[in-house]
Design a protein around this ligand. Structure first.
Ligand SMILES: *[C@@H]1O[C@H](CO)[C@@H](O)[C@H](O)[C@H]1NC(C)=O
Length: 382
């Protein structure tokens, strides 16, 4: 088919069709091993982290999934061609861990890759899509992230092969969150919603301010493609990894929340600083992320190292993030007209970071002084 026709076809249908697998109605909230641990993972880490998700109260505020990223596999498939876990680091097997998660009220996920190998060189899923989907279902997995390494030599087209894996998951009959990770290279926002529950919009995040800003800016203008069951994914959180300041970690969380991005914790829960834990457990910000039935937020103003983001929420209130991306402090302002509020005077403005309330605020906020890389996040009610 002519590329342009295919493109238009996908663009039109992406807004009406979705994966329809009943999960990720709101953005997934999870722990994932990659950002902090890379390949240094084993079953003790999985068990202790799941226990921490519960004892630190993270599961209570919505983080239900524990997800293994790359490197959980044995170097070779079994003689039947089945995937199997590393015999030393995961000697009890993945089903044992998934069962453990379920007895604790958690959910369990893992990682594979559409190509011939995973990014770290473990067996890839290519030529085994149905077999692997069935294995994941048999193990009781609830979430699967499919990466995009080693796809070049077979000229794989993500718009073709990700739907094949989606259908293989569907055939198992198990409801499994399907996370597409092709790094945003083939306009995944145009075909992502009918294919998966989330799609990465960029290459990997790293624990650096500039990279975090870059990743979130790749979702600007793309809120309209996402919604119930399918989400833009600017990659996992770096909060708690010690490389961002308190203001930077707060802005990281506020922006991911308002953009309705998956909230995927990526630090060591055995040594997470209290201030980072408090950010991840901010239930007023999580409520903006998990709002049911509304389109994700987006950037409505970006100039002079100042950004304004807004998300209209299902109760009629509007969430606002004012973000100073400058290295110096500066003043920001926002008008109620700008954020589409239907009244001149807001009866209530709730500061979601400070947890304070202001009543009867006319027209907007002026001269909000923000430190370098800091945000203000409000929820504004008519
Ligand atoms: C499989 O797809 C059908 C059709 O979209 C849907 O109704 C069903 O819920 C799906 N099942 C699972 C387990 O995803």
């Amino acid at each position: 088919m002519n590329k342009l026709i295919l493109f238009c076809f996908l663009a039109i249908f992406s807004t009406v069709l979705c994966i329809n697998n009943g999960v990720a109605v709101t953005p997934p909230m999870a722990f994932n091993t990659w950002n902090h641990f890379g390949c240094n993972i084993d079953e003790d880490l999985a068990i202790s982290t799941m226990n921490k998700m519960i004892s630190l109260g993270l599961s209570d505020v919505g983080y239900k999934y524990f997800n293994l990223d790359d490197c959980w596999m044995a170097k070779e498939r079994t003689t039947n061609g089945d995937l199997t876990s590393d015999p030393t680091r995961f000697s009890k097997g993945i089903k044992y861990l998934a069962d453990y998660a379920h007895t604790k009220g958690l959910k369990f996920g893992a990682y594979e890759c559409m190509g011939t190998k995973t990014c770290q060189g473990y067996p890839g899923s290519f030529n085994h899509y149905s077999q692997d989907a069935q294995t994941f279902a048999d193990w009781g997995l609830d979430y699967i992230k499919m990466d995009w390494c080693y796809t070049k030599q077979n000229n794989l087209d993500p718009r073709v092969v990700y739907p094949i894996f989606r259908d293989a998951l569907n055939k198992t009959g198990r409801e499994i969150v399907f996370s597409i990770c092709e790094w945003g290279v083939d306009n995944p926002y145009l075909w992502g919603k009918q294919t998966g529950n989330s799609w990465r919009t960029s290459g990997d995040i790293s624990c650096k301010w500039d990279r975090m800003q870059y990743c979130i800016e790749q979702v600007i203008g793309r809120s309209k493609y996402a919604g119930e069951g399918g989400w833009n994914d600017p990659d996992m959180l770096e909060i708690g990894n010690g490389c961002l300041t308190y203001n930077e970690e707060t802005s990281h969380f506020a922006l991911w929340a308002i953009a309705a991005a998956p909230l995927l914790i990526g630090c060591d829960l055995n040594s997470i600083p209290d201030s980072s834990l408090e950010i991840l457990k901010n239930t007023e910000i999580i409520a903006v992320n998990q709002d049911i039935g509304s389109v994700p937020g987006d950037c409505i103003y970006k100039k002079d190292e100042k950004q304004i983001w807004k998300r209209k929420l299902s109760d009629g209130s509007v969430a606002v993030v004012m973000w100073n991306t400058n290295i110096e402090s500066q003043d920001l302002e926002v008008t109620w007209e700008q954020i589409g509020l239907s009244c001149q005077t807001a009866t209530k403005v709730r500061d979601l970071v400070e947890h304070t309330t202001y009543n009867n605020v006319d027209n907007g906020w002026k001269e909000i002084s923000l430190d370098s890389h800091a945000v203000k996040m409000f929820r504004v009610y008519c």
